[in-house]
Design a protein around this ligand. Structure first.
Ligand code: TTP
Ligand code: MG
Ligand code: MG
Length: 372
């Protein structure tokens, strides 16, 4: 087996949009205070009236020209920007939430597969969409246009076949940017990017990679996967996938992400008296659960079974897994054990059987599969 086979099979068939609002809080404030249009607008408390305290939430692009940015101590903005241009404005979170909800309602006109990352930013899987529009680029353009015309705000988007590339795209052309990365352009695009632009490559990892003469996505792709894996462990494997344009994470709809559990139960008439028959049913449920979890990109931490007998006595039993999992086999192992710990029900006949998994956590990346 060649070492490059450590990478999962790519999937280039999805259509994903990543949209992010430009200078979000600051743009909302400029819209509502047009007299501030030509100012360097910083959202945050004015440190000059505040004992020098406070941080910059965000600032408009005018202020960015002077080097101001999010999370910077506000007092630094005072030093960087000429006094007559500088304006501080206190954040109005209620308003930003309201605008965010409006943006989301436009997104939901296109698809319910909307995954919010922050107030001003979301992924949309538009492979199948409500509008029946084949062109994901057209959908993104229309969305950007609608946000502009209805809300008076600028945004940037990236369109590609996975989340990582779509996000790289939306950041690439900010502000008011539009970037489309087609499957056969992805490696070219990534090859030109500085490694600092890749998610997961912070200053420390950058330094380590520079020591290996790796400066761009192109350089990164030349590094064998096992080297990145050995050096940077789990994150190295993610970085390696990115360098090759691979990101299999699904877009998890916000409504799904809030789900607390997934389960399946059925009633039986006539009742079940046979252990193997009951176990076969539960095994089928576990297969369904694995499929549903994989679809949503979740791992579950706990398995719960429910059993009801002919006398309508019902028991539920639960057990935490050693590690969160999305494996049918691991669920079934536990479910079988729990089932065997319910005494006397088979003799009376089983009317209802259920298996549920809960305690979700997000499974962000594909596990390494050494042997397929
Ligand atoms: P971002 O999307 O990171 O930044 P932005 O929208 O201001 O600018 P752009 O996307 O054009 O680069 O964050 C969205 C909002 O979240 C931002 O307007 C303010 C808030 N925010 C903070 O409060 N603190 C922070 O450190 C960051 C990064 C953002
Ligand atoms: Mg933004
Ligand atoms: Mg954002």
């Amino acid at each position: 087996m060649s070492k490059e086979n450590l990478l999962p099979q790519n999937d280039i068939h999805r259509r994903i949009i990543h949209l992010d609002m430009d200078a979000f809080y600051a743009s909302v404030e400029t819209r509502d205070h047009p007299e501030l249009k030509n100012k360097a607008l910083v959202v945050g408390q004015d440190p000059r009236h505040n004992g020098g305290h406070g941080v910059v939430a965000t600032c408009n692009y005018h202020a960015r020209k002077y080097g101001v940015h999010s999370a910077m101590p506000a007092i630094q903005a005072v030093h960087l920007v000429p006094e007559e241009e500088l304006v501080f404005i206190r954040p109005n979170f209620e308003k930003y939430h309201r605008v965010s909800a409006q943006v989301h309602s436009f997104m939901h006109e296109i698809t319910d597969l909307v995954e919010s990352v922050a107030l001003d930013e979301a992924y949309l899987d538009v492979t199948h969409n409500k509008i029946g529009q084949e062109s994901s680029v057209q959908l993104a353009l229309d969305l950007q246009k609608k946000i502009k015309s209805k809300l008076g705000l600028n945004s940037s988007f990236g369109v590609s076949y996975n989340k990582f590339l779509a996000k790289m795209g939306s950041e690439y052309a900010k502000p008011f940017g539009r970037t489309v990365i087609l499957p056969d352009e992805a490696l070219n695009f990534l090859g030109m990017q500085k490694i600092a632009k890749f998610p997961g490559i912070g200053p420390k990892t950058q330094e380590e990679l520079h020591k290996m003469d790796v400066y761009t996505g192109g350089d990164l792709r030349q590094v064998p996967v096992f080297v990145l894996l050995k050096k940077f462990k789990k994150m190295g494997y993610i970085i390696a996938q990115h360098a090759h344009g691979i990101d299999l994470r699904p877009v998890v709809a916000d409504s799904d992400a809030n789900r607390k559990s997934i389960g399946m139960e059925r009633t039986y008439e006539p009742a079940i008296y046979n252990r193997d028959e009951a176990l076969t049913k539960m095994r089928n449920y576990c297969e369904y659960l694995e499929k549903e979890l994989k679809k949503r990109g979740f791992h579950a931490g706990t398995v719960v079974i429910k059993v009801r007998n002919n006398n309508f006595e019902t028991v539920t039993k639960r057990r935490k897994l050693k590690h969160p999992s999305d494996s049918c086999f691991e669920f079934f192992d536990v479910a079988k054990d729990l089932f065997d710990s319910v005494h006397g029900f088979l003799e009376d006949g089983i009317r209802l059987l259920g298996v549920t998994v809960t305690d979700f956590e997000k499974n962000n990346y594909q596990p390494i599969k050494l042997f397929e």
